[in-house]
Design a protein around this ligand. Structure first.
Ligand code: KIV
Length: 275
């Protein structure tokens, strides 16, 4: 018999509707990021439910210090590479900084580009009440929207730090209101990043849509991590919410070093590896 949280429970294509059903059934949702075809194919094979083409690509792929400089064109490329590799998971594309903040028309146009030009099935936007008009416009044309609250990396210069958010009542109440507003605007799920576990748990109980936590404790309806963080490929920061499932950075360094030494010593290629 399939285990409750195994992919066999939802063997078919994951849709926004499946995620709502999973929340109702108390089945936790798994989500990770991908930026290219190879990684996305592996996540899909592993039965990950949601693959986010995150603007974290700016940091973990491009080596920038924030997510702010990645462009719409670059996100479209990453999203197309990922979409082409995925059969089962729901693929969500992040709208980059300043692609939706100016006005709802621009947000709608860029959400449309993300779906039409890259093949993603939903888009993600950061922010609450202030972007709800944009969320409504996007949802109205049939594009599912995932929200993102708590630590929103596109506002890093306003926050000034990547520390935990909403530890004080005023900000906690604001996150609660934003979550409610996003639901009312038609968002199908909300990522909540780096807030106290109790707040995220309460919000997950208060709203109908799945709450996907990152550094927001075990009471969320699902969890997301940046793949490069959990694989030990991106090691500039190690926040305590990141569990390392592999140390691929160390393994790759070892492989590259051994290859280099084998080429230099003449050990590679051998006769078997030659024609
Ligand atoms: O860009 C990203 O990877 C994200 C996750 C941290 C949720 O938004």
């Amino acid at each position: 018999m399939a285990e409750k949280n195994s992919p066999e429970v939802h063997p078919r294509k994951i849709t926004t509707r499946s995620l709502t059903q999973m929340k109702r059934a108390g089945q936790r949702i798994t989500a990770l990021t991908a930026y290219d075809h190879t990684m996305a194919g592996l996540l899909d094979q592993a039965g990950i439910d949601v693959i986010l083409v995150g603007d974290s690509a700016a940091m973990v792929v491009q080596g920038l210090n924030t997510t702010l400089c990645i462009t719409m064109e670059q996100m479209l490329l990453h999203a197309a590479w990922v979409s082409g590799a995925v059969d089962r998971a729901l693929v969500v594309g992040d709208l980059p900084f300043m692609s939706y903040q100016v006005n709802p028309d621009e947000g709608l146009r860029n959400a449309g580009r993300m779906v039409k030009e890259s093949g993603v099935e939903a888009v993600k936007l950061e922010g609450g009440e202030k972007i709800c008009r944009t969320v409504e416009r996007i949802v109205d044309v049939g594009i599912p929207v995932m929200g993102h609250l708590g630590l929103t990396p596109q506002s890093i210069h306003k926050f000034g730090t990547y520390q935990v958010r909403a530890t004080e009542k005023v900000e906690a109440d604001e996150v609660r209101r934003d979550a409610r507003a996003l639901c009312d605007a038609g968002a199908f799920a909300i990522v909540i990043e780096k807030v106290p576990a109790q707040l995220a748990t309460e919000i997950a109980k208060e709203v109908e849509v799945p709450i996907i936590g990152i550094g927001a404790g075990a009471g969320c309806d699902g969890q997301i991590l940046v793949s490069h963080d959990m694989l030990g490929l991106y090691t500039k920061f190690h926040p305590r919410f990141v569990r390392r499932y592999a140390n691929l950075g160390d393994q790759m360094l070892d492989a590259f070093t051994r290859y280099s030494s084998d080429v230099r010593s003449g050990d590679f290629p051998s006769e078997d590896e030659s024609y």
